[in-house]
Ligand binder design. Sequence first.
Ligand code: CA
Length: 223
Amino acid sequence: MRILVVEDEVELATQIAKALEQAGYTVDTAHDGEQGGFLGDTEPYDAVILDLGLPKIDGLTVLDRWRQAGHTMPVLILTARETWSEKVSGFDKGADDYVTKPFNMEELLARLRALIRRSAGHAKSQLESGPVTLDTRSGKVTVNGVMVILTANELKVLSYLMHHPEKVVSRTELTEHIYDQNFDRDSNTIEVFIGRLRKKLGPDAIYTHRGRGYSLAQSAEDS
Ligand code: CA
């Protein structure tokens, strides 16, 4: 899962990015509305954390432009103070949730997890696919109730597939959602991660759809 953080307080942006990375997300950071808006327009994020008070272009305008352009990724807004007018106009412009500064990092992470799950159509924090379970809170994976240790990248690949079990996910899409913008991307490494996941989770845990990609459910379809 790849997250965009748009926050002009550099220290806070760094803190958020660190916490997200520790929680297993891939993170891109922008420090003004122009750069953040551009990244949200051009990169496929699973969620965005957006500050409202930003240099160059304010957060509400950035959000409004994304929604006008048809970008539907969930957006969690950070606001300096809880004012009704900001909240209402934020929701009107397509925000999915709010956190008021100063906030507790655990709360931000919990709200983000819930947003990502809901936008992928999951109500529960534990995702299941056949014998495989993923606890989105702890990142713990089990097969038939037995815990399996995954590397950070293996977990990122599995987590993306488990959030979209009915979809055939191409190697390019997986690459875009597990690496940040500065990473030298090589979609061949995805094949390596899939091979390792099959070794750890069982040979039938992930299906290959020839020339199209991978899925957890055999019946998955392109979208
Ligand atoms: Ca700000």
